[in-house]
Design a protein around this ligand. Structure first.
Ligand code: G
Ligand code: G
Ligand code: MN
Ligand code: NA
Length: 256
């Protein structure tokens, strides 16, 4: 069976699920929100990682249906976690948007309807868009982002530093959150160049009034460096791996 057909079966048989990776404040170590990440439990092949099937679903267009489900499901989950006081009122859920979803003419309508159906305040939702997606067509990306901003939903630029973005455009993007890519954080403190870039990106983002999240934080040394350089939030195995809903409950009760 082709992966495309298998993805159709996966959609029909509800083989997709979500895991949640906490984002932590580097000032008080409280949880600021979660990023949702999709998982595919295949009945015979076991877990298929998003790196394998997201590019295929993007190619075939199946990502629109999958992404729409991820968006609604993410908002439902965060809503119930806030209502049951498991997450604080200000907690956000961050959802990854692929390029095809970002340019889908129905995106705005879908965002508005999901906010309405799940009844979450718009500021609780953040959309993560990669630098490369934004650079595909800069002028229309700016327009789409402005429309998203009008709904009250926040925008994060994901994998920052790995695409081909120009600083001339960054200043025109209405971005709330900048996520420093894991590849820069990974070799801190051994790689002095990565440290210089990370510190400079944090300072730049702050001057552009963005919140900065460091991805892939795995060690105390990295944490210390990020705190010294006023990075706002961290995400990574040092704090927590992506968790199932049950594990997230457990994590939050242990970290109160
Ligand atoms: O843990 P991880 O293997 O989940 O993620 C691998 C890649 O897949 C990352 O680049 C991540 O952004 C992407 N990804 C994970 N979940 C989703 C999703 O729901 N939608 C999209 N478009 N990408 C996702
Ligand atoms: O591209 P995006 O940033 O959305 O991808 C998130 C990916 O990073 C997921 O595959 C997630 O499982 C992975 N991830 C999250 N934290 C860590 C970490 O501390 N180390 C490593 N190696 N991967 C991480
Ligand atoms: Mn992401
Ligand atoms: Na990223």
């Amino acid at each position: 069976l082709s992966l495309e057909k298998e993805i159709n079966e996966a959609i029909a048989r509800q083989q997709f699920s979500l895991v949640f990776q906490p984002k932590i404040s580097l000032f008080d170590f409280g949880i600021t929100g979660v990023e949702t990440l999709i998982r595919w439990q295949h009945p015979e092949k076991g877990m298929i990682t998003p790196d394998r099937f997201i590019p295929v679903a993007e190619e075939t267009g199946q990502i629109l249906e999958i992404g729409s489900w991820v968006l609604e499901q993410s908002c439902r989950q965060i809503s119930s976690l806030i209502r049951s006081n498991v997450l604080p009122e200000h907690a956000k859920v961050a959802v990854n948007l692929s390029a095809r979803q970002f340019t889908d003419p129905h995106l705005l309508q879908r965002i508005r309807s999901v906010l309405e159906i799940t009844n979450i305040p718009p500021h609780c939702l953040e959309l993560e868009i990669t630098e490369s997606t934004l650079m595909e067509d800069v002028e229309s990306a700016i327009q789409i982002m402005q429309e998203i901003k009008k709904t009250g939903v926040a925008i994060a630029i994901d994998d920052f530093g790995t695409g081909y973005s120009s600083l001339a455009y960054i200043k025109r993007f209405p971005i709330d959150v900048l996520k420093v890519d894991r590849s820069f954080v990974m070799d801190i403190p051994e790689d002095k160049n990565d440290m210089a870039i990370t510190a400079a990106v944090i300072a730049m983002a702050h001057k552009l009034s963005m919140t900065v999240v460091a991805e892939g934080v795995e060690t105390q040394e990295q944490l210390q460096f990020l705190r010294q350089n006023n990075c706002d939030e961290g995400q990574g195995y040092l704090f927590s791996r992506p968790l199932s809903l049950g594990q997230l409950h457990q994590f939050l009760s242990e970290n109160e």
